[in-house]
Design a protein around this ligand. Structure first.
Ligand SMILES: *Cc1c(COP(=O)(O)O)cnc(C)c1O
Length: 434
């Protein structure tokens, strides 16, 4: 696998993490549909349970199909290790709760996916875990919000649906100055458009349901650990990794894992939250996500090209008030988009329709090619009205903070023929004004 590091992204997307099956010669990654694995003998079994040796025990903890996906995602992001989870929400939950316990807090951007917003504001408080919010336009707030009980900083690469492109390097600097790791949700951009670790981010989470799967087939999530955060430099602060662990009869994770790398964080998730709370990905899911990854580097540029063209076209449309796409020169985050997303500003295009919510409803009821549903990252063009659906549970003030206004329509531009997408949007926009 050593030459794998030298390969470029498209090659890694097809090969990283896999050795063709030695027994059968299977070229594709097989779906290992097995719940458990034979041990060689009792010593082997004991070593695996004690983390003295790595290997397969039980498919809640690890699975050979998932293993290829985990290694491939880590390779694409330039990380040290990956972990597959049952969904994006399971990945986000585990990524934060592994380092943030009852009585502690973390700092989050306000520009969040609706499900993440409710996780942070409704469910985490029940566990006595507090989210403190900052506007990504004011990253300096991180310094004021952090106290001795703060554990990490969380943000999204391209706010869904606000389309803000935070200054990742600045946020990482500010967090690191306070001794905090940064976790980013890179779902909307994927490693093809943004490799957050290259900008100083420590942990990357994904909903693989979206562009990585790419065809709207299956729910899944993943975590990638950069292997860069220096947990062992502050053992007082990170006892979960640096002090003897009672859940593993006194193993010190940072010490035990030193020979394989700085991967205490991600191994801890596998051996604690994944072991104890479940939330594992099925190997069938991993198979579908591996298939998706093989064409991700072809699909993302196609999504971005269509999205840029649709955004420019909407700007000229008489039924449109405003267009929100960071690839447009007058977008408030355009400079950051140029800096951080030179290969394309994603495929989510927001726009305000003339005639407000009523016209929005008519528009959505009139589209024929675009699908009206709650998802992003399908190869097909999708459309939704966030205020009445994905962000419905938020107050109007919270909706504004996450970028959702009553007239906001979110398009997730697919890879159909551009002229066919335009024609469909045009007929629906006309119908909305009738
Ligand atoms: C969909 C989504 C999630 C949640 O992922 P699931 O796989 O649906 O649990 C998290 N973050 C972002 C940005 C998303 O778009």
């Amino acid at each position: 696998m050593s030459e794998m590091n030298q390969y470029r992204l498209a090659t890694k997307a097809l090969h990283a993490g896999q050795q063709p099956d030695a027994t059968t010669g299977a070229r594709a990654v097989p779906i290992y549909a097995t719940a458990a694995y034979n041990f060689r003998d009792t010593e082997h079994a004991a070593n695996l349970f004690a983390l003295k040796e790595f290997g397969n025990i039980y498919s809640r903890l690890m699975n050979p199909t998932n293993d290829v996906l985990e290694k491939r995602l880590a390779a694409l992001d330039g990380g040290a290790a990956g972990l597959a989870m049952a969904s994006g929400q399971a990945a986000i939950t585990a990524a934060i709760l592994t380092i943030t316990h009852a009585g502690q807090n973390f700092i989050s951007s306000t520009s969040l996916y609706g499900g993440t917003w409710t996780l942070f504001t409704q469910t985490f408080p029940k566990l006595n875990v507090e989210a403190r919010f900052f506007d990504p336009a004011e990253p300096e707030r991180i310094t004021e919000l952090a106290d001795e009980n703060t554990r990490c900083v969380y943000l999204e690469s391209l706010g869904n649906p606000k389309n803000d492109v935070p200054d990742f390097q600045r946020i990482a600097e500010l967090a690191h100055a306070r001794g905090l790791p940064v976790i980013i949700d890179n779902t909307v951009t994927t490693p093809v458009l943004l490799r957050p670790i290259e900008h100083g981010i420590d942990i990357v989470v994904y909903s693989t349901t979206k562009y990585i799967g790419g065809h709207g087939l299956h729910i899944g999530g993943a975590i990638v650990d950069s292997g860069n955060f220096p947990w062992a430099d502050d053992p007082q602060r990170w006892p979960e990794f640096c002090a003897p662990d009672p859940a593993y009869h006194g193993v010190v994770f940072t010490e035990a894992l030193k020979p394989v790398g700085n991967i205490a964080y991600i191994v801890h998730i596998r051996t604690h939250l994944l072991r104890d709370m479940g939330g594992c990905m099925s190997p069938f899911g991993a198979f579908l996500f591996l298939l998706g990854l093989e064409t991700l580097h072809l699909r993302m540029p196609a999504h971005c090209r269509n999205a840029q063209a649709i955004a420019e076209w909407l700007c000229e449309h008489p039924a449109v008030e405003w267009v929100n796409y960071p690839g447009l020169p007058d977008h408030p985050w355009h400079e950051n988009a140029r800096k951080y997303l030179p290969d394309g500003a994603g495929a989510i295009v927001g726009f305000g329709i003339k005639g407000g919510k009523a016209a929005g409803v008519k528009f959505i009821n009139s589209v024929k090619l675009a699908s009206h549903l709650a998802n992003i990252g399908d190869a097909k063009t999708l459309v939704i009205h966030p205020a009445s659906t994905t962000h419905q549970q938020l107050t109007e003030e919270e909706q504004r903070a996450t970028g959702v206004t009553p007239e906001y329509i979110r398009l997730c531009v697919g890879i159909e023929d551009l002229e066919d997408i335009k024609a469909d949007l045009d007929q629906a926009l006309r119908a909305s004004q009738a």
